[in-house]
Design a binder for this molecule. Structure first.
Ligand SMILES: *[C@@H]1O[C@H](CO)[C@@H](O)[C@H](O)[C@H]1NC(C)=O
Ligand SMILES: *[C@@H]1O[C@H](CO)[C@@H](O)[C@H](O)[C@H]1NC(C)=O
Ligand SMILES: *[C@@H]1O[C@H](CO)[C@@H](O)[C@H](O)[C@H]1NC(C)=O
Ligand SMILES: *[C@@H]1O[C@H](CO)[C@@H](O)[C@H](O)[C@H]1NC(C)=O
Ligand SMILES: *[C@@H]1O[C@H](CO)[C@@H](O)[C@H](O)[C@H]1NC(C)=O
Length: 390
């Protein structure tokens, strides 16, 4: 019995760092039927707003879920599934559920502060976003974990007992999962960090380069030619071009080219290169219009609404199911960057999508407050360079 108090019986640290670039943001987990979830029953936790202030005692309501059907009472493990830059709508019935069943684990999942229904403020004005950071989120997880353990102990009529905890996350939550393990090693037995973006990268040119490698020479050349043709049309008849992609509302050319770049990479990031490469390479061979082929691909395969790419919408400070873009850009602009810019040589995406574009987006959509944070971000990047020599 006392064994549990002195840490975990099994210590595992699994870090699956994907070399294929992971893009957090925008491609949110798609909403599906209830049977894809173990539970969607909302629970609420009173969370500290600012973990770094000894004076500020404000709280906010943070959403979480619990699933106890597989739990081996009293000493089974607890799996903490970390949610990220999206509305967290339940505990999904995925491989973690399989593991939970196998190990007799309780599964709990905490929504990331600000996202979904866990917004501390009724307005997402930039000044209200000052408590939105991965650092605060890590403390949220720690506090939640402690409180949940206490309430579990109370339920089981015992004190000072610790179940073995294990944290899980994918993409940005994957990074949180790894960081949590590093920051609070006494609070977990281990962490699974899947496709974890653990390193903040300022000019993330490697992203585009990796897409080129994944595409292979023939498809890459077709993609590059397509981008050049699109850039030419953009300069001469941008309105008609945008309309042909159902993207007339993207008035800023950078937004439009980013949208087209994301549409393309989706095929590679989610393992269906053929749906893009086949028609493009064939069009090229048959002397057909590459832009038409790309239009067809985007319309048939890329369901994301153009709203996510429109800087005008990123300025919207109201809390809604669509706030995630603004919130994630705030984190991108202040903490992690991962600016997916075109490399100076041999890029697939348009060179319009450069560092300037990203910085303008940060300034435009987040107003004055973000400027200081950008400065701070630059310092973080410089410091990181010292830690991780190139
Ligand atoms: C909890 O433990 C106390 C002390 O051993 C005992 O008196 C009480 O009945 C227990 N309650 C439950 C719900 O098991
Ligand atoms: C990123 O790229 C821009 C433009 O090419 C350059 O001015 C800047 O120094 C780069 N920053 C870093 C941190 O690499
Ligand atoms: C902001 O978003 C809310 C909720 O989605 C919407 O009702 C409102 O019309 C938007 N405001 C503007 C100015 O677009
Ligand atoms: C969120 O965006 C979707 C897709 O663009 C739209 O259909 C929906 O009305 C928006 N919701 C709100 C509350 O604005
Ligand atoms: C540009 O990219 C091509 C193809 O990958 C490569 O052969 C060439 O060396 C690169 N040039 C520079 C200046 O990096």
């Amino acid at each position: 019995m006392d064994d549990m108090r002195h840490g975990c019986l099994v210590t595992m640290l699994l870090l699956f760092l994907s070399t294929v670039a992971a893009t957090p943001h925008r491609h949110r987990l798609s909403e599906t039927a209830t049977d894809r979830y173990l539970t969607k029953q909302e629970q609420w936790f009173s969370q500290t707003l600012d973990h770094y202030s000894p004076y500020d005692h404000r709280k906010f309501q943070q959403r979480y879920y619990e699933f106890l059907d597989y739990f081996r009472i009293p000493d089974g493990p607890v799996f903490l599934v970390i949610c990220g830059e999206y509305s967290c709508n339940g505990i999904r019935n995925d491989y973690i559920a399989v593991l939970a069943k196998k190990f007799g684990a309780a599964v709990v999942s905490l929504e990331h502060r600000y996202y979904g229904k866990s917004s501390p403020f009724k307005s997402l004005a930039t000044k209200n976003l000052r408590y939105l950071s991965s650092k605060q989120a890590l403390f949220d997880l720690a506090v939640f974990r402690q409180n949940y353990q206490d309430s579990l102990n109370a339920k089981l009529n015992r004190t000072k007992t610790e179940n073995p905890w294990f944290v899980f996350g994918v993409s940005y939550p994957g990074a949180l999962s790894a960081w949590f393990r590093l920051k609070f090693p006494h609070l977990t037995c281990g962490s699974l960090a899947s496709s974890a973006v653990v390193l903040a990268v300022y000019n993330f040119t490697e992203f585009d380069q990796q897409i080129g490698e994944s595409a292979g020479a023939e498809c890459k050349a077709a993609l590059q030619e397509t981008t050049q043709l699109i850039e030419k049309k953009l300069a001469t008849d941008g309105k008609a071009l945008k309309a042909s992609f159902n993207a007339a509302d993207l008035e800023i050319d950078g937004d439009f080219m980013y949208f087209l770049a994301d549409a393309g990479i989706t095929a590679f990031q989610y393992g269906n290169p053929d749906i893009l490469c086949k028609p493009l390479v064939e069009a090229k061979k048959d002397g057909e219009d590459l832009v038409d082929a790309y239009v067809k691909y985007v319309k048939e395969n890329y369901g994301e609404s153009t709203e996510s790419y429109d800087q005008e919408n990123l300025k919207n400070t109201s809390v809604s199911e669509n706030s995630s873009d603004r919130l994630w850009w705030f984190q991108v602009c202040t903490e992690v960057a991962y600016f997916q810019v075109a490399p100076s040589n041999d890029s697939i995406r348009s060179s319009i999508v450069d560092t300037r574009y990203h910085l303008d987006l940060c300034k435009m959509s987040l107003e004055r407050a973000s400027f200081l944070m950008l400065v701070q971000l630059t310092y973080i990047m410089e410091a990181q360079k010292l830690l991780v020599p190139e």
